[in-house]
Design a protein around this ligand. Structure first.
Ligand SMILES: Nc1nc2c(ncn2[C@@H]2O[C@H](COP(=O)(O)O)[C@@H](O)[C@H]2O)c(=O)[nH]1
Ligand SMILES: [Mn+2]
Length: 470
C-alpha cells in the first residue's frame, strides 16, 4: 500500500511516529480478517493509501498528521476524539499600530470574557438543536436571541449570509441530535451556555495576530489581507461532545466485531460498511456529525469573543471570515472510499491554515489540490518534543518568552497575590512549557515542504500579538 511522508530538509521526523505508523498499517490485515468473516460484502474493505504531512508526530495510537484512505470501512480512531477540531481565521479592519497601545487592557478584558463568565452566550433549545443538526446555518436560522448580550452582539450580516467558499463546510446535516438531548434541553428556555465558547485545553488557542508579510499579493487581496492588519485565529474542536461520539463509535465497532476475528493488537477497530451493522454505525455517524457541527459553532463563538474584546478596548471595527477548516474529520464518498484526516487539513483549491506556536509565525497558504498528497496539508508545525518531556525546558527560556509575548490564561500571573503562591505558579509554568515555542517544529521548513511538494503556496505570514490558552 502506498505511504508517502511529505517533509523536506529541516523537518524532523521522530522514529517513534514512524513506528506508530507501522502499527497503524497492521489494520490492512485486520480488514482482510474482517472481510473473510463478513459474508456478502459488496466492496472488499481495505486500506487504500496513506499520506503523512510535515507536522507528522507521535499520537496516541495513530500519528498526528496522518491521512488515511480506506475502501469499504470507517476507522473512528483515524479521526480521534476531538472530532472536527479545526482552525478559523478572520481579518479585522484594525491595524497592529492602532491595537498595540490597548494590549494591556485587552489582556484583562479577554481573561474576563474567556475565563471569568464574561462570554454570556444565550442559547435556546432550538439554537442548540439547530446547531447540532445543521451546523452554522442551523444555529443562525434561529436568529440572534431577543435582548442578546455578550458574544452574540458581534454577529453581523456578513456572518449569516454569503460565507460560502469561506468555510470548508458550514454544516454536516444529521438526521437527529438525540445523542445530545441532555445538552439541548439543559437550559430550559434561553440560558447562558456553559460549554460553548470554551477554548479547551492543550494546544487549543484563540490568538490575535497581524499580517507581517505578504507572499502572494493577489490571493492576499482577495482574502482581505494587507500588511499590518490584525487577524483572529481560533483553534478548537468539539470538546466533550466529540469524546462522547467517539466512545459511541468504539462501542458500536466492538458490538459488530465478529467472534472469529481476534481483537487487533494495535487496538484500532475499523467498522466494515456492511448491512448487518448499519444501524449501530449510523448511530455513531449521526453523533459524529452532531459533534462536528458543535465544533463549528464553538469556533464561531470563540471568534465573536475575540471580537468583543477588541471592540471593548479599541472601539468599533469590522471582522470578516477568511476561512474555517477542519483537521480531524472523515469524508465518506459515494464510491465506498472514506478519507480520514487526523491532524491534517484539506488543501484543495482553498485557504490552508498552518499555525506555528504562540511564539512563532503562522501561515496562510493556498491549497493546490495535490493528488499525491490526497489534497491534504499539515495543520500546524507539529510537536517536536513530547508533552511529558517539555517540563525539562529551561526556566530562563520561559521567562524570556513571557517578556516578549502575551499569554492570557485563567490564572493572572502578573497579579502579585497569585505570583506569591509558589506551588500554583510552578504548576502554571509547567503547563505553559508544554506549549512553549521550543516544543514545536520550526514552521519555516514545514511551510517550505508544502511549497516544495506542490501541496500549497504561501499567501501571508502572521505574527502573534496575544494568545488565549485554556
Ligand atoms: N499560533 C499558534 N499555534 C499554535 C499554538 N499552540 C499550538 N500551535 C500550533 O497548532 C498546531 C495544532 O495542533 P493540534 O494537534 O493540537 O491540532 C500545532 O501543531 C502547533 O504548530 C498557539 O498557541 N499559537
Ligand atoms: Mn486541533
Amino acid at each position: 500500500m502506498p505511504v508517502e511522508i511529505c517533509a523536506g530538509p529541516g523537518v524532523p521526523i521522530e522514529t517513534a511516529a514512524v513506528d506508530e505508523l507501522l502499527t497503524v498499517l497492521e489494520t490492512a490485515s485486520t480488514l482482510r480478517d474482517l472481510a473473510r468473516a463478513t459474508p456478502g460484502l459488496e466492496v472488499e474493505p481495505r486500506l487504500d493509501r496513506v499520506v503523512c504531512t510535515p507536522d507528522f508526530h507521535k499520537g496516541a495510537g495513530i500519528p498526528i498528521g496522518t491521512v488515511l484512505r480506506t475502501i469499504g470501512a470507517v476507522v473512528p480512531q483515524a479521526v480521534g476524539n476531538d472530532i472536527n477540531c479545526g482552525m478559523r481565521v478572520e481579518v479585522t479592519s484594525l491595524t497592529v499600530d492602532r491595537l498595540r497601545p490597548h494590549l494591556d487592557a485587552l489582556e484583562g478584558r479577554l481573561r474576563h470574557l474567556f475565563f471569568e463568565g464574561g462570554r454570556r452566550i444565550g442559547l435556546t433549545s432550538a439554537h442548540r438543536e439547530g446547531l447540532l443538526r445543521f451546523g452554522l446555518p442551523g444555529l443562525l436560522a434561529e436568529g440572534v436571541p431577543a435582548g442578546a448580550d455578550g458574544a452574540w452582539r458581534q454577529v453581523g450580516p456578513d456572518d449569516t449570509t454569503g460565507t460560502e467558499g469561506r468555510v470548508h463546510a458550514a454544516g454536516y446535516p444529521a438526521a437527529s441530535a438525540d445523542a445530545f438531548r441532555d445538552w439541548i434541553t439543559s437550559g430550559g428556555g434561553t440560558s447562558y451556555d456553559s460549554i460553548i465558547g470554551s477554548v479547551g485545553g492543550g494546544n487549543n488557542f484563540a490568538e490575535l495576530q497581524y499580517v507581517s508579510q505578504v507572499h502572494d499579493g493577489s490571493a492576499a487581496y482577495a482574502w482581505g489581507l494587507a500588511p499590518g492588519r490584525v487577524v483572529l485565529m481560533v483553534h478548537s474542536g468539539s470538546l466533550t461532545l466529540g469524546h462522547q461520539a467517539n466512545a459511541t463509535g468504539r462501542d458500536q465497532a466492538r458490538a459488530a466485531w465478529p467472534r472469529t476475528v481476534p481483537m487487533p493488537s494495535n487496538r484500532i477497530l475499523p467498522m466494515v460498511l456492511d448491512e448487518r451493522s448499519a444501524a449501530g454505525r449510523d448511530r455513531y455517524l449521526t453523533a459524529f456529525d452532531n459533534a462536528a457541527n458543535f465544533a463549528l459553532g464553538n469556533r464561531f463563538f470563540l471568534a465573536m469573543m475575540l471580537r468583543t474584546g477588541l471592540a471593548d478596548v479599541a472601539g468599533e471595527h469590522s471582522s470578516r471570515l477568511v476561512y474555517d477548516s477542519p483537521h480531524n474529520l472523515m469524508w465518506p464518498d459515494a464510491d465506498g472510499s472514506v478519507l480520514h484526516r487526523k491532524g491534517a487539513t484539506p488543501a484543495g483549491d482553498e485557504p490552508v491554515i498552518v499555525p506555528g506556536s504562540m511564539g512563532a509565525a503562522s501561515y496562510l497558504l493556498r491549497g493546490l489540490g495535490s493528488a499525491r498528497a490526497l489534497s491534504s496539508a499539515c495543520h500546524g508545525a507539529g510537536r517536536s518534543i513530547p508533552r511529558g518531556a517539555t517540563a525539562r525546558g529551561s526556566d530562563a527560556e520561559l521567562d524570556a518568552f513571557l517578556r516578549d509575548f502575551r499569554v492570557v490564561t485563567p490564572l493572572n500571573h502578573r497579579d502579585p497575590v497569585v505570583a506569591g503562591r509558589r506551588n500554583v505558579i510552578a504548576a502554571w509554568r509547567r503547563d505553559l512549557k508544554q506549549e512553549a515555542p521550543w516544543a514545536y517544529k520550526e514552521v519555516g521548513p514545514v511551510v517550505d515542504s508544502l511549497r516544495g511538494a506542490g501541496v500549497a503556496q504561501p499567501v501571508a505570514e502572521l505574527r502573534p500579538l496575544l494568545t488565549v490558552k485554556g
